[in-house]
Design a protein around this ligand. Structure first.
Ligand code: UDP
Ligand code: MG
Length: 317
Protein backbone atom coordinates (compact mmCIF):
# COMPACT_ATOMS: atom_id res chain seq x y z
CA UNK A 1 0.00 0.00 0.00
CA UNK A 2 1.29 3.41 -0.95
CA UNK A 3 0.61 6.01 1.72
CA UNK A 4 0.34 9.74 1.13
CA UNK A 5 0.56 12.17 4.03
CA UNK A 6 -1.07 15.55 3.39
CA UNK A 7 -0.16 18.63 5.41
CA UNK A 8 -1.71 22.07 4.88
CA UNK A 9 0.78 24.80 5.76
CA UNK A 10 0.03 28.43 6.45
CA UNK A 11 2.95 30.50 7.70
CA UNK A 12 4.60 27.44 9.17
CA UNK A 13 8.28 28.28 8.56
CA UNK A 14 8.99 27.72 12.26
CA UNK A 15 7.93 24.06 12.30
CA UNK A 16 8.08 22.83 8.74
CA UNK A 17 11.62 21.45 8.61
CA UNK A 18 11.21 19.51 11.85
CA UNK A 19 7.78 18.31 10.80
CA UNK A 20 9.01 17.01 7.45
CA UNK A 21 11.97 15.32 9.13
CA UNK A 22 9.71 13.48 11.57
CA UNK A 23 7.18 12.44 8.94
CA UNK A 24 9.93 11.20 6.63
CA UNK A 25 11.46 9.17 9.44
CA UNK A 26 8.04 7.69 10.12
CA UNK A 27 7.50 6.81 6.45
CA UNK A 28 10.95 5.20 6.31
CA UNK A 29 10.27 3.20 9.45
CA UNK A 30 6.89 2.00 8.18
CA UNK A 31 8.36 1.11 4.80
CA UNK A 32 11.13 -0.86 6.55
CA UNK A 33 8.46 -2.82 8.39
CA UNK A 34 6.77 -3.51 5.08
CA UNK A 35 3.56 -1.74 6.07
CA UNK A 36 3.75 0.77 3.24
CA UNK A 37 5.64 0.91 -0.03
CA UNK A 38 8.92 2.86 -0.26
CA UNK A 39 7.38 5.27 -2.76
CA UNK A 40 4.96 6.55 -0.11
CA UNK A 41 5.05 10.31 -0.06
CA UNK A 42 4.40 13.57 1.71
CA UNK A 43 2.33 16.39 0.20
CA UNK A 44 2.82 19.89 1.56
CA UNK A 45 0.13 22.36 0.55
CA UNK A 46 1.16 25.98 0.92
CA UNK A 47 -2.03 27.89 1.68
CA UNK A 48 -0.83 31.27 0.42
CA UNK A 49 1.68 31.76 3.24
CA UNK A 50 3.21 35.19 3.70
CA UNK A 51 6.45 33.95 5.20
CA UNK A 52 9.12 31.73 3.65
CA UNK A 53 7.02 28.56 3.86
CA UNK A 54 6.88 28.01 0.08
CA UNK A 55 10.63 28.52 -0.39
CA UNK A 56 11.19 26.00 2.35
CA UNK A 57 8.79 23.55 0.71
CA UNK A 58 10.58 23.92 -2.63
CA UNK A 59 13.91 23.29 -0.98
CA UNK A 60 12.63 20.21 0.85
CA UNK A 61 10.97 18.89 -2.30
CA UNK A 62 14.27 19.36 -4.15
CA UNK A 63 16.11 17.35 -1.52
CA UNK A 64 13.70 14.46 -1.19
CA UNK A 65 11.97 12.81 -4.12
CA UNK A 66 9.01 11.74 -2.01
CA UNK A 67 8.23 15.25 -0.76
CA UNK A 68 5.88 17.14 -3.08
CA UNK A 69 4.87 20.77 -2.74
CA UNK A 70 1.57 22.24 -3.89
CA UNK A 71 1.20 26.00 -3.88
CA UNK A 72 -2.24 27.56 -3.74
CA UNK A 73 -2.58 30.92 -5.46
CA UNK A 74 -3.74 32.57 -2.23
CA UNK A 75 -4.85 31.83 1.31
CA UNK A 76 -8.06 29.79 1.15
CA UNK A 77 -8.21 28.51 4.70
CA UNK A 78 -7.36 25.22 6.33
CA UNK A 79 -10.30 23.18 4.96
CA UNK A 80 -9.73 24.16 1.34
CA UNK A 81 -5.97 23.72 1.55
CA UNK A 82 -6.55 20.28 2.99
CA UNK A 83 -8.97 19.41 0.19
CA UNK A 84 -6.45 20.55 -2.42
CA UNK A 85 -3.94 18.15 -0.84
CA UNK A 86 -6.40 15.26 -0.58
CA UNK A 87 -7.43 15.66 -4.22
CA UNK A 88 -3.80 15.91 -5.39
CA UNK A 89 -2.26 13.09 -3.37
CA UNK A 90 -1.80 9.81 -5.20
CA UNK A 91 -1.54 7.27 -2.39
CA UNK A 92 -3.82 4.26 -1.98
CA UNK A 93 -4.61 5.82 1.38
CA UNK A 94 -4.11 9.39 2.53
CA UNK A 95 -3.55 10.63 6.07
CA UNK A 96 -4.04 14.32 6.85
CA UNK A 97 -2.05 16.04 9.57
CA UNK A 98 -1.41 19.52 10.97
CA UNK A 99 1.98 21.05 10.24
CA UNK A 100 2.60 21.68 13.93
CA UNK A 101 2.54 17.92 14.69
CA UNK A 102 -0.13 18.35 17.34
CA UNK A 103 -1.58 15.19 15.90
CA UNK A 104 0.54 12.39 17.30
CA UNK A 105 2.10 10.64 14.30
CA UNK A 106 2.88 7.62 16.46
CA UNK A 107 -0.66 6.33 15.83
CA UNK A 108 -0.29 6.45 12.04
CA UNK A 109 0.75 2.80 12.12
CA UNK A 110 -2.43 1.91 13.99
CA UNK A 111 -4.44 3.77 11.34
CA UNK A 112 -2.77 1.82 8.56
CA UNK A 113 -3.43 -1.46 10.35
CA UNK A 114 -7.10 -0.52 10.65
CA UNK A 115 -7.24 0.31 6.95
CA UNK A 116 -5.63 -3.00 6.05
CA UNK A 117 -8.21 -4.69 8.29
CA UNK A 118 -10.91 -3.26 6.04
CA UNK A 119 -11.78 0.16 7.42
CA UNK A 120 -12.05 2.77 4.67
CA UNK A 121 -12.08 5.77 7.01
CA UNK A 122 -10.08 5.95 10.25
CA UNK A 123 -10.72 8.92 12.53
CA UNK A 124 -8.03 10.17 14.88
CA UNK A 125 -9.86 10.99 18.11
CA UNK A 126 -8.34 12.87 21.04
CA UNK A 127 -8.18 10.86 24.22
CA UNK A 128 -8.54 13.95 26.40
CA UNK A 129 -8.49 17.69 26.10
CA UNK A 130 -6.25 18.43 29.08
CA UNK A 131 -3.84 20.41 26.93
CA UNK A 132 -6.52 22.89 25.82
CA UNK A 133 -7.43 26.08 27.61
CA UNK A 134 -10.50 25.88 29.85
CA UNK A 135 -12.32 28.17 27.41
CA UNK A 136 -11.60 25.98 24.37
CA UNK A 137 -12.50 22.82 26.26
CA UNK A 138 -15.81 24.26 27.40
CA UNK A 139 -16.80 25.71 24.02
CA UNK A 140 -15.84 22.49 22.24
CA UNK A 141 -18.00 20.41 24.58
CA UNK A 142 -20.98 22.76 24.17
CA UNK A 143 -20.48 22.80 20.41
CA UNK A 144 -20.52 19.03 20.03
CA UNK A 145 -23.64 18.85 22.23
CA UNK A 146 -25.33 21.48 20.05
CA UNK A 147 -24.42 19.62 16.87
CA UNK A 148 -25.86 16.42 18.29
CA UNK A 149 -29.15 18.19 19.09
CA UNK A 150 -29.23 19.66 15.58
CA UNK A 151 -28.76 16.23 14.07
CA UNK A 152 -25.32 16.81 12.58
CA UNK A 153 -23.38 13.57 12.39
CA UNK A 154 -19.93 14.38 13.71
CA UNK A 155 -17.22 12.48 15.52
CA UNK A 156 -16.56 14.29 18.83
CA UNK A 157 -12.98 15.34 19.56
CA UNK A 158 -11.91 14.54 16.04
CA UNK A 159 -10.29 17.33 14.08
CA UNK A 160 -8.75 16.68 10.68
CA UNK A 161 -6.38 13.88 11.61
CA UNK A 162 -7.70 10.91 9.68
CA UNK A 163 -7.00 8.23 7.12
CA UNK A 164 -9.05 8.05 3.94
CA UNK A 165 -8.84 5.15 1.53
CA UNK A 166 -8.96 5.64 -2.24
CA UNK A 167 -12.66 4.74 -2.39
CA UNK A 168 -13.52 7.35 0.26
CA UNK A 169 -11.43 9.95 -1.60
CA UNK A 170 -13.27 9.19 -4.81
CA UNK A 171 -16.56 9.66 -2.97
CA UNK A 172 -15.34 12.91 -1.44
CA UNK A 173 -14.48 14.22 -4.89
CA UNK A 174 -18.18 13.92 -5.78
CA UNK A 175 -19.13 16.57 -3.21
CA UNK A 176 -18.98 19.92 -4.96
CA UNK A 177 -19.83 22.16 -2.01
CA UNK A 178 -18.09 25.45 -1.49
CA UNK A 179 -18.83 25.72 2.24
CA UNK A 180 -16.39 23.05 3.14
CA UNK A 181 -16.55 21.44 6.56
CA UNK A 182 -14.72 18.15 6.18
CA UNK A 183 -15.42 16.99 9.73
CA UNK A 184 -19.11 17.02 8.92
CA UNK A 185 -18.72 15.76 5.37
CA UNK A 186 -16.58 12.67 5.92
CA UNK A 187 -19.10 10.89 8.20
CA UNK A 188 -21.67 11.40 5.40
CA UNK A 189 -19.59 9.38 2.97
CA UNK A 190 -20.46 6.16 4.70
CA UNK A 191 -18.06 3.19 4.36
CA UNK A 192 -16.70 1.15 7.24
CA UNK A 193 -15.19 3.55 9.75
CA UNK A 194 -13.33 3.23 13.00
CA UNK A 195 -11.49 5.42 15.49
CA UNK A 196 -7.97 5.54 16.79
CA UNK A 197 -7.27 7.34 20.08
CA UNK A 198 -4.32 9.67 20.48
CA UNK A 199 -3.01 12.36 22.79
CA UNK A 200 -2.85 15.76 21.21
CA UNK A 201 0.57 17.32 21.59
CA UNK A 202 1.46 20.94 22.14
CA UNK A 203 2.29 22.96 19.05
CA UNK A 204 5.91 22.23 18.04
CA UNK A 205 6.66 25.90 17.40
CA UNK A 206 5.00 28.97 15.95
CA UNK A 207 1.55 30.18 16.91
CA UNK A 208 -1.96 28.97 16.16
CA UNK A 209 -3.36 30.00 12.78
CA UNK A 210 -6.91 29.76 14.08
CA UNK A 211 -8.03 33.03 15.61
CA UNK A 212 -11.24 33.12 17.64
CA UNK A 213 -13.02 34.67 14.64
CA UNK A 214 -11.85 31.83 12.36
CA UNK A 215 -12.88 29.24 14.93
CA UNK A 216 -16.33 30.84 15.11
CA UNK A 217 -16.57 30.88 11.31
CA UNK A 218 -15.73 27.18 11.16
CA UNK A 219 -18.29 26.46 13.87
CA UNK A 220 -21.06 28.32 12.05
CA UNK A 221 -20.16 26.53 8.79
CA UNK A 222 -20.43 23.22 10.60
CA UNK A 223 -23.99 23.95 11.66
CA UNK A 224 -25.42 25.74 8.64
CA UNK A 225 -23.84 23.37 6.13
CA UNK A 226 -25.43 20.30 7.65
CA UNK A 227 -28.55 21.27 9.52
CA UNK A 228 -31.74 23.11 8.64
CA UNK A 229 -32.93 22.92 12.26
CA UNK A 230 -32.17 26.63 12.95
CA UNK A 231 -34.58 27.54 10.14
CA UNK A 232 -37.24 25.34 11.69
CA UNK A 233 -36.68 26.92 15.09
CA UNK A 234 -37.53 30.27 13.50
CA UNK A 235 -40.78 28.92 12.14
CA UNK A 236 -41.64 27.32 15.48
CA UNK A 237 -40.86 30.55 17.37
CA UNK A 238 -43.04 32.45 14.93
CA UNK A 239 -45.93 30.05 15.47
CA UNK A 240 -45.57 30.25 19.24
CA UNK A 241 -45.51 34.06 19.20
CA UNK A 242 -48.61 34.08 17.00
CA UNK A 243 -50.50 31.92 19.50
CA UNK A 244 -49.35 34.14 22.36
CA UNK A 245 -50.48 37.27 20.56
CA UNK A 246 -53.93 35.74 20.01
CA UNK A 247 -54.21 35.19 23.78
CA UNK A 248 -53.09 38.73 24.45
CA UNK A 249 -55.63 40.04 21.94
CA UNK A 250 -58.46 38.24 23.71
CA UNK A 251 -57.33 39.69 27.02
CA UNK A 252 -57.03 43.22 25.63
CA UNK A 253 -60.45 43.01 24.02
CA UNK A 254 -61.93 41.67 27.25
CA UNK A 255 -60.49 44.57 29.24
CA UNK A 256 -61.72 47.05 26.65
CA UNK A 257 -65.26 45.71 26.32
CA UNK A 258 -66.17 44.50 29.78
CA UNK A 259 -64.29 46.85 32.14
CA UNK A 260 -64.06 50.60 32.44
CA UNK A 261 -60.36 50.94 33.27
CA UNK A 262 -59.04 50.32 29.76
CA UNK A 263 -56.18 52.81 29.90
CA UNK A 264 -53.78 51.73 27.18
CA UNK A 265 -50.48 51.34 29.00
CA UNK A 266 -47.11 52.40 27.82
CA UNK A 267 -45.48 49.06 28.65
CA UNK A 268 -47.92 46.90 26.72
CA UNK A 269 -47.31 49.04 23.65
CA UNK A 270 -43.57 49.41 23.69
CA UNK A 271 -42.56 45.97 25.02
CA UNK A 272 -43.94 44.01 22.06
CA UNK A 273 -42.21 46.41 19.70
CA UNK A 274 -38.88 45.55 21.21
CA UNK A 275 -39.61 41.89 21.68
CA UNK A 276 -40.95 41.32 18.19
CA UNK A 277 -38.33 43.57 16.62
CA UNK A 278 -35.65 41.50 18.26
CA UNK A 279 -37.16 38.21 17.21
CA UNK A 280 -37.58 39.43 13.66
CA UNK A 281 -34.06 40.69 13.37
CA UNK A 282 -32.67 37.48 14.79
CA UNK A 283 -34.75 35.39 12.41
CA UNK A 284 -33.79 37.51 9.47
CA UNK A 285 -30.13 37.21 10.36
CA UNK A 286 -30.39 33.45 10.54
CA UNK A 287 -32.22 33.24 7.22
CA UNK A 288 -29.55 35.51 5.78
CA UNK A 289 -26.91 33.05 6.90
CA UNK A 290 -28.47 30.35 4.74
CA UNK A 291 -29.06 32.71 1.83
CA UNK A 292 -25.38 33.59 1.94
CA UNK A 293 -24.57 29.88 1.79
CA UNK A 294 -26.83 29.40 -1.24
CA UNK A 295 -25.21 32.41 -2.86
CA UNK A 296 -21.75 30.98 -2.35
CA UNK A 297 -22.83 27.58 -3.70
CA UNK A 298 -24.59 28.77 -6.84
CA UNK A 299 -21.59 30.80 -7.92
CA UNK A 300 -19.76 27.52 -8.48
CA UNK A 301 -16.43 29.17 -7.99
CA UNK A 302 -13.37 26.96 -7.85
CA UNK A 303 -12.63 26.01 -4.29
CA UNK A 304 -8.91 26.44 -4.69
CA UNK A 305 -6.46 27.22 -7.45
CA UNK A 306 -3.15 25.45 -7.64
CA UNK A 307 -0.51 27.89 -8.79
CA UNK A 308 2.45 25.56 -8.93
CA UNK A 309 3.58 22.07 -8.00
CA UNK A 310 7.06 20.75 -7.42
CA UNK A 311 6.13 17.60 -9.28
CA UNK A 312 4.13 17.24 -12.47
CA UNK A 313 2.25 14.13 -11.46
CA UNK A 314 -1.46 14.54 -11.74
CA UNK A 315 -3.88 12.11 -10.20
CA UNK A 316 -7.51 11.62 -10.98
CA UNK A 317 -9.29 11.02 -7.71
N1 UDP B 1 -3.81 26.25 8.10
C1 UDP B 1 -3.95 26.48 6.73
N2 UDP B 1 -4.58 27.61 6.31
C2 UDP B 1 -5.09 28.52 7.18
C3 UDP B 1 -4.97 28.27 8.57
C4 UDP B 1 -4.33 27.11 9.00
O1 UDP B 1 -3.51 25.68 5.90
O2 UDP B 1 -5.63 29.53 6.72
C5 UDP B 1 -3.12 25.01 8.56
C6 UDP B 1 -1.97 25.24 9.51
O3 UDP B 1 -0.77 25.51 8.83
C7 UDP B 1 -1.92 23.91 10.26
C8 UDP B 1 -3.39 23.49 10.29
O4 UDP B 1 -4.04 24.24 9.28
O5 UDP B 1 -1.19 22.93 9.55
C9 UDP B 1 -4.03 23.71 11.63
O6 UDP B 1 -3.79 25.05 12.07
P1 UDP B 1 -3.34 25.37 13.56
O7 UDP B 1 -2.39 24.35 14.06
O8 UDP B 1 -2.84 26.77 13.60
O9 UDP B 1 -4.73 25.28 14.32
P2 UDP B 1 -4.97 24.78 15.84
O10 UDP B 1 -4.26 23.49 15.98
O11 UDP B 1 -4.41 25.83 16.70
O12 UDP B 1 -6.45 24.65 15.94
MG1 MG C 1 -2.40 23.11 15.55
Amino acid sequence: MRLSVVIPCYNEEAVLAECVLQVRQLLDALAAKGKITPDSNLWLVDDGSRDSTWNLIETLAGQHANVIGVKLSRNRGHQHALLAGLMSADGDAVISLDADLQDDIAVVEEMIDAHVAGFEVVFGVRRSRVKDTVFKRWTARRYYALLRVLGVDMVPDHADFRLLGRAALRALAEYPETNLFLRGLIPQLGFRTTRVLYDRQLRLAGTTKYSLARMLGLGIDGITSFSAVPLRVIAATGALLFLLSMGVSVWVLGVKLFTDHAAPGWASTTLPIYALGGVQLLSLGLVGEYVAKIYAEVKRRPRYIIERMTSDRVVAP
